[in-house]
Write a protein that binds this ligand. Structure first.
Ligand code: FAD
Ligand code: MLT
Ligand code: ZN
Length: 529
């Protein structure tokens, strides 16, 4: 029976062939005719959207002598001062925040980063470290006139030990480039996310990104072996040659993983990469309720065991947005309130497929799932992933998106989406016409990790929407003992809300660390804590 369902889905649908599992670069978005973006449609300045946040007058203002110094240590093309060129570095991916930086620096070496920071620290010039600028909490762009320190030109792969799987590289290597290099040598980067075509490996470490396969490979806190970091005063501290086991003293690298550029600039990293699975299978399923999502997850863990590498869920509303955005045939013929994407990966394709089919057959017979397709080839596999990975863009493309990336106990996870939708409806903000700022409140995410992405897709950014949702969402999450940031970090968006998840003594310790390593607070100000 299931085979029929699978067959019906896969034979009647030509899955779109996805060129790459990557988001287009922001530069591409600016010029894409399929979106409403244009360089002329500028984003409101953060300083105007948040007038309560004032420029900290202890920071110096950039002078010609500063530019002259940076020119003396960097090649000319490493300084960006043109207003149009600076737009990319000033605006975030969601087009929600815009800073007013007049200078972006693009060093090529760790020594240059060190010289820049030493100088900035002595001059009290504020600096925003920036990777691929795909961050989703406004942490990667300036708020006022901070200098942007882009790691984009630090993009050399340093080494791969093909015996141990230890990979070393500059922090500005794009995640997809790193993974491609590893693939050629039989390894895989132990992190995968929809922004892989643009984000930097250093940026993912700075945010402690989670992504689509955390379920299989765990957090970067476990896989990163060592970091090369430049502190605010220009001092270079490196543990990049650390081996897998090292119990000498404090594990200092952990401080920088997820510190979002507030404690130091990551210039290089070493990471333990697992062997690349030889076979991947992907199934896309339709289920009738969120309870069925949970049941399927429990069953998948028990029956697929070690070959389960991703378990993602999506609600009907986010798939409606994805349909409008992708404009290709949907993999399932009938609509369902919830969808699940399951990926298995392992060393024996036939065995894995048999296992997956047996699992699906039993889930179907027990009426846990209603419908499903299994990708028959690489193109279909990428096509199915597309329906999951393109959701962020689908949510944002009609004007903007308010994002809430939270951890919750699995039983409460979807309750937040219902609560947010109800709140927005009651506030008269959600509706089908242009009169309403909100298009819809949708839910998707890494359900296998207890990580929900509540996205509120809007026609325009409006204070009334933010006021209705904040701190409402954080209070709701805190009441369920969840975390207000599962994987995107705090950035600018959540800096005032950390207390909903962390205790006062913990916050005090964080402030002490910041004071110790960046006493002049030049690194990524107005963010984090
Ligand atoms: P940026 O956005 O440039 O910077 C992010 C933060 O890190 C900033 O605070 C910045 O100051 C700091 N930073 C960057 N580089 C350095 C450095 N070298 N040293 C010190 N600080 C630095 N996140 C997830 O966790 N899981 C996902 O599944 C996921 N999917 C995404 C899908 C899409 C389509 C998009 C747009 C984003 C997604 N993200 C996801 C969010 C984002 O956190 C990741 O894309 C990535 O971790 C950011 O890397 P980046 O190089 O773009 O960093
Ligand atoms: C994802 O899982 O797609 C990302 O974390 C991005 C998002 O939350 O939109
Ligand atoms: Zn995510």
């Amino acid at each position: 029976m299931l085979r029929q369902i699978i067959k019906r889905g896969s034979s009647s649908v030509v899955l779109s062939s996805r060129i790459a599992r990557a988001v287009p670069s922001r530069a591409a978005l600016f010029h894409s005719s399929s979106t409403q973006y244009s360089a002329s449609k500028t984003v409101k300045l953060t300083a105007e959207s948040y007038p309560n946040v004032k420029r900290d007058e202890r920071y110096a203002t950039l002078e010609q002598s500063d530019i002259d110094y940076f020119k003396s240590i960097l090649p000319e093309n490493a300084l960006i001062q043109d207003q149009d060129d600076l737009l990319f570095y000033n605006e975030d991916w969601m087009r929600k925040y815009r800073g007013q930086s007049k200078l972006t620096l693009k060093p090529k070496t760790t020594e240059q980063v060190s010289q820049i920071l030493k100088y900035a620290n002595e001059r009290n010039l504020a600096v925003v470290p920036q990777g691929g600028n795909t961050g989703l909490v406004g942490g990667s762009v300036p708020v006022f006139d901070e200098i942007v320190l882009s790691l984009a030109n630090m993009n050399k792969i340093r080494s791969l030990d093909t015996t141990s799987g230890i990979f070393k590289a500059d922090s500005g290597v794009v995640l997809e480039v790193a993974d491609q290099h590893l693939a050629e040598n039989g390894y895989i980067f132990p992190l995968d996310l929809g922004a892989k075509g643009s984000c930097h490996i250093g940026g993912t470490v700075a945010t402690n990104a989670g992504g689509l396969r955390l379920l299989r490979y765990g957090s970067l806190h476990g896989s990163v072996l060592g970091l090369e970091v430049v502190l605010a005063n220009g001092k270079i501290v490196s543990s990049i040659d650390a081996l897998r086991k090292d119990n000498t003293g404090y594990d200092l690298k952990q401080l920088f993983i997820g510190s979002e550029g507030t404690l130091g600039v990551i210039t290089g990293l070493s990471i333990l990469c697992p062997p690349r699975p030889k076979n991947f299978n992907v199934a896309f399923l339709g289920v009738e309720s969120y309870e069925a999502v949970m049941k399927t997850f429990v069953k998948a863990k028990s029956e697929l065991g070690e070959i389960l590498s991703a378990f993602e869920f999506m609600d009907e509303s986010c798939q409606e947005l994805a349909k409008k955005h992708l404009k290709t045939a949907y993999p399932l013929e009938e609509q369902h309130p919830f969808y699940i994407l399951i990926e298995t990966s392992g060393s024996n394709g036939e065995h894995d497929l048999e296992k997956l089919e047996a699992f699906l057959e039993s889930a179907f017979e027990n009426e846990v799932i209603q419908d499903g397709v299994i990708a028959q080839d690489e193109t279909q596999l990428k096509g199915l992933w597309n329906w999951r990975e393109q959701i962020p863009e689908a949510c944002q493309i009609n004007g903007g998106v308010y994002k809430y990336d939270v951890s919750l106990p699995l039983s409460d996870l979807y309750g937040l989406v219902d609560a947010a939708r109800e709140r927005l409806t009651q506030a008269g903000l959600l509706g089908d016409t242009e009169d309403f700022p909100v298009i819809d409140a949708v839910g998707y995410g890494h359900v296998g990790d207890g990580n929900l992405h509540l996205n509120v897709a809007v026609r325009r950014y409006e204070k009334s929407v933010e006021k209705a949702l904040e701190p409402f969402v954080y209070e709701w999450v805190s009441s369920k003992k969840g975390s207000i940031s599962a994987e995107h970090g705090l950035g600018f968006q959540k800096k005032n809300y950390i207390g909903y998840t962390k205790s006062q003594p913990e916050i005090e310790m964080m402030k002490q660390l910041k004071q110790l390593y960046d006493p002049n607070a030049i690194l990524n100000p107005y963010k984090y804590i």
